[in-house]
Ligand binder design. Sequence first.
Ligand code: PXG
Length: 290
Amino acid sequence: MKVYIDGKYLDERNAKVSVFDHGLLYGDGIFEGIRAYNGRVFKLKEHIDRLFSSAKAILLEIPLSHAELMKATVATIRANKLRDCYVRLIITRGIGTLGLNPRSCKKPSVIIIAGKIQVYPAELYARGMDIVTVPTTRNLHSALNPAIKSLNYLNNILAKIEANNAGVEEAVMLNSEGFVAECTADNLFIIKDGKLFTPPLSAGALYGITRQTVMELAEQNGVAVTEPNLTRYDLFNADECFLTGTGAEIMPVIKIDGRVIGTGKPGPLTQKLVAEYHALTKVTGQPIYG
Ligand code: PXG
């Protein structure tokens, strides 16, 4: 595997960063997770836009333009001769001194890895997932805004550990007011009486690109979509529930905190959205090989 680091393609054995990089020392940096399907990069512009928004929020100057970063992403996939893959883009504050002052970092580092990802066991897509709410809440907007896709994912990792300790794969994270925010790397949706609901960004959800795509697909199917604050009660009494993310795609949920959701099987509207999402990923996106 060839890894892009600051304009060079390095063999994976030599793809290393300094122990003085503030991305490692302080989680000072940002990332994106992108996927390519069938020789096309899905929603590339949207991911690069979100990366620049994260950079803006943490006062990090990405040393490439929007267009250059899109080109470098596609070129890294090409250098690895891939057609279906997962791409991780990372921008760190760069190499600095011991001490958290970002002014000691002279130049941000750009890393692009094109590989594979399997976020959940394959059999769960057919069966549906059992999830639980966990004690760790989403970060406050006023502390570390959860809209920033920063290299500091400890908040989500703690929630993931709590879910694993409870014997399930995924956690529902609530915000400090007790409203549903999202899962550790996925947005959450419920269906009730034929309508689709997902928590608002103000509840602590990430501006998910899969979330946006699913909302558009639902609307094209005449399904009303709204973003109200949701409580655990709303989840328990939903007809259907599913998670969305670049890595996970669309994952049906069949149990939350021991309550069976709907019929206890992936629901009909969830299955329709899964089929339409898969169809869309195969035909849209930035071509990798011209
Ligand atoms: N919430 C959080 C906290 C995320 O990190 C999503 C929602 C879904 O957003 P998108 O734009 O992907 O629909 C994410 C995305 C990984 C991995 O390494 C994480 C994400 C995406 C891809 C891979 O586990 N997080």
